[in-house]
Write a protein that binds this ligand. Structure first.
Ligand SMILES: Nc1ncnc2c1ncn2[C@@H]1O[C@H](COP(=O)(O)OP(=O)(O)O)[C@@H](O)[C@H]1O
Ligand SMILES: Cc1cn([C@H]2C[C@H](O)[C@@H](COP(=O)(O)O)O2)c(=O)[nH]c1=O
Length: 213
């Protein structure tokens, strides 16, 4: 039976790597699939992993209708057994509903990959709908770590290494370097996310403390 699976994890936890491995394994066994993404750091219509793999993908836009697109492909005689959907947090709730319908009515396996929450710890609308509708939610097993060594569970947005809590929900970007002047991201444990303590601010604080000791 086909499934809608949501693979979630913080930024930099290996989601895109797993997306590309999943596609490879299914393709190697003769199954036909399509890769979709939205707003990959490497540019439009790409899926890129920090391990170095990068492949062409179909870019999801506001106008993408998964149900219409896959129905048309099938009507044209194309086999579509599965979809790999990266950066799924950026999909709309309606697009997630279309994916669920493809599972139920066309027996297409959907593997969706994305972060659940934004830099303010609020759910992305696409991720919220995936959590509501998925047959299964798999949390990535490779642990990403906060600067303190604890498991990282939250994504922080930084400017000059300092955590910010105001701004647009969507700003494409990468993790580190934490000293970068522009917007970057850093994964933190909840305790340090709540305290707004990034690697840089922790380093500054301990330098100040040793100055006064
Ligand atoms: N030089 C490296 N050597 C080994 N593993 C690496 C290296 N660079 C990145 N990685 C691994 O790749 C992971 C990020 O993979 P990626 O698929 O880009 O993450 P995501 O899509 O979740 O943001 C890191 O957490 C780390 O495990
Ligand atoms: C927390 C957060 C992240 N983003 C963006 C930054 C990246 O472009 C992607 C996540 O990609 P990854 O492959 O999981 O590293 O999401 C954002 O737009 N808003 C946020 O709050």
């Amino acid at each position: 039976m086909a499934e809608l699976v949501f693979f979630s994890g913080t930024m930099d936890s290996g989601k895109s790597t797993l997306a590309l491995q999943t596609d490879h394994n299914y393709r190697a066994r003769g199954r036909e699939g399509l890769i979709f993404s939205r707003g990959d750091r490497a540019g439009e219509a790409r899926v890129s992993s920090r391990l170095g793999l990068e492949v062409a993908a179909h870019e999801v836009t506001d106008d993408t209708d998964f149900w219409a697109e896959i129905s048309a492909r099938r009507a044209g005689g194309e086999a579509v057994d599965y979809l790999v959907c990266d950066e799924a947090q950026f999909y709309s709730p309606e697009q997630v509903e279309q994916l669920a319908r493809l599972v139920d009515e066309m027996e297409i396996d959907i593997f969706a990959f994305g972060i659940t929450t934004d830099f303010r710890t609020r759910l992305f609308p696409g991720s919220a709908r995936l959590i509501e509708l998925a047959d299964r939610i798999d949390v990535l097993q490779v642990q990403s770590l906060c600067w303190c060594g604890a498991r990282a569970t939250h994504n922080a947005r930084t400017v000059d290494g300092v955590m910010v809590t105001e701004g647009e929900q969507v700003v494409i970007g990468d993790v580190g370097p934490f000293e970068a002047a522009d917007v970057a991201y850093e994964v933190l444990c909840r305790r340090h996310h709540m305290r707004r303590m990034t690697a840089l601010t922790a380093r500054r604080r301990s330098a100040d403390e040793s100055l006064w000791a």
